[in-house]
Design a protein around this ligand. Structure first.
Ligand code: IDP
Length: 157
């Protein structure tokens, strides 16, 4: 348990954020990081990596049976991604709220201030990812990063 300087004790939480290939190729990285820092998250770790099909399939294994899976893997391997560990009180739901709904077209009308409204295109190319539960945050953070005694390390290059 960490203590917030200005308020009562709050549970800080970590989540995995990712700028997807369209976010990086569209040059949205700095704007997205400004939104992250402006919303009070600390960026604990950050790395740019290019996923191969095997790793992208593993990351999205829960969607393996979906009709859009092959297209999703193609999209996620089309260029590098930027994985980040964010920390703040209530980080998982706060980051999900900031990115907005999955379908960026809907985000533009229902959540116009969200990141997906700002830089996403449709229900696939939605520029950012956020863990949706404490279990997926733990899995997804350790998918990319290892936090050992000598500090943070990328699990792969
Ligand atoms: P989330 O990223 O908002 O948590 P999920 O349902 O977990 O949404 O889907 C994972 C990713 O798969 C989405 O971010 C999007 O890139 C892609 N995806 C989801 N639904 C569709 C769809 O109906 N068509 C194409 N791609 C989709």
């Amino acid at each position: 348990l960490h203590r917030c300087r200005s308020c009562e004790a709050v549970e800080r939480e970590r989540t995995l954020a990712m700028i997807k290939p369209d976010g990086l190729s569209g040059n949205y990285k700095e704007k997205i990081k400004e939104a992250i820092l402006g919303s009070g998250f600390d960026i604990i770790e950050e790395a740019v990596v290019h996923l191969d099909a095997e790793r992208a399939s593993l990351f999205y294994a829960e969607h393996a049976d979906r009709s859009f899976f092959n297209s999703l893997v193609k999209y996620m391997t089309s260029g590098p991604v930027c994985a980040m560990v964010l920390e703040s009180p209530d980080a998982i739901s706060r980051w999900r709220n900031l990115i907005g709904p999955t379908d960026a077209r809907k985000a533009k009308t229902s959540h116009p201030d969200s990141i997906r409204a700002m830089c996403g295109l449709d229900s696939e190319k939605n520029c950012v990812h956020g863990s949706d539960s404490p279990q997926s945050a733990a899995r997804e953070i350790s998918f990319f990063f290892r936090d050992d005694k000598s500090g943070w390390r990328l699990c792969f290059h």
